[in-house]
Design a protein around this ligand. Structure first.
Ligand SMILES: Nc1nc2c(ncn2[C@@H]2O[C@H](COP(=O)(O)OP(=O)(O)OP(=O)(O)O)[C@@H](O)[C@H]2O)c(=O)[nH]1
Ligand SMILES: [Mg+2]
Length: 186
């Protein structure tokens, strides 16, 4: 039995807490705080008008991928004022999911920079909000100016099968990167 730590990152209100909640087999630990009028003009909720809370420390969940592999999920806070915690949250992680809302692509740039800088493997998960225009993976890859190797997948953060598939894609990617680095063929 192996366990591994995965980080779920991305900009404000992109669906990180929703993903951890949908895929976790334990009741996720969340640290949601009510968003008050003090956040007006600071927190941009135009794309997520029903959002009333925000993560202030982290989300934590667990999923067994199969009998041999358990993933521990750590969702980051999205707002830049909490980013001082990211260094602690990523310690020991094997990889990260960067969630993206294509209506607000720039919100994920900082997360991508963070993982590129620390050489932590990551994939891009496009969260398909209702009414969002469809963009194919290559267009998103070009817009984000990321390498061809980085997987770009789509998901519905509310759907367990969909989010589980994102995590499986990440684990496969991390394993393929490790094989390449150690020169062992697949
Ligand atoms: N339509 C739709 N709504 C979604 C989806 N994923 C999340 N939402 C909604 O979007 C809002 C934001 O979700 P959260 O999961 O709190 O986002 P977050 O990234 O954890 O936000 P912060 O922690 O504040 O950065 C919530 O109101 C969700 O109900 C989705 O796939 N489709
Ligand atoms: Mg959250």
């Amino acid at each position: 039995m192996t366990s591994a730590k995965i980080v779920i990152a991305g900009g404000f209100g992109v669906g990180k807490t929703t993903l951890v909640g949908s895929v976790s087999e334990i009741t996720p630990l969340t640290t949601e705080a009510i968003m008050t009028s003090a956040g007006v003009g600071v927190d941009d909720t135009r794309s997520v008008p029903n959002k009333t809370t925000t993560t202030v420390a982290m989300d934590f969940g667990r999923i067994s991928i199969d009998r041999d592999l358990i993933l521990y999920l750590f969702g980051t806070p999205g707002q830049t004022r909490f980013w001082f915690m990211w260094d602690e949250l990523v310690r020991g992680a094997i990889g990260a999911v960067v969630m993206v809302d294509t209506r607000r692509l720039a919100d994920c740039f900082a997360a991508i920079d963070f993982f590129e800088h620390r050489k932590l493997p990551y994939l891009i998960a496009i969260n398909q909000f209702d009414g969002q225009q469809y963009h194919n993976a290559q267009d998103v890859r070009d817009a984000l100016a990321i390498s061809q190797d980085v997987p770009v997948v789509s998901c519905d953060a509310r759907n367990r099968e969909s989010t589980k598939q994102v995590l499986i894609s990440l684990v496969e990617y991390v394993l393929s990167m490790r094989r390449t680095r150690t020169g062992v063929s697949a």
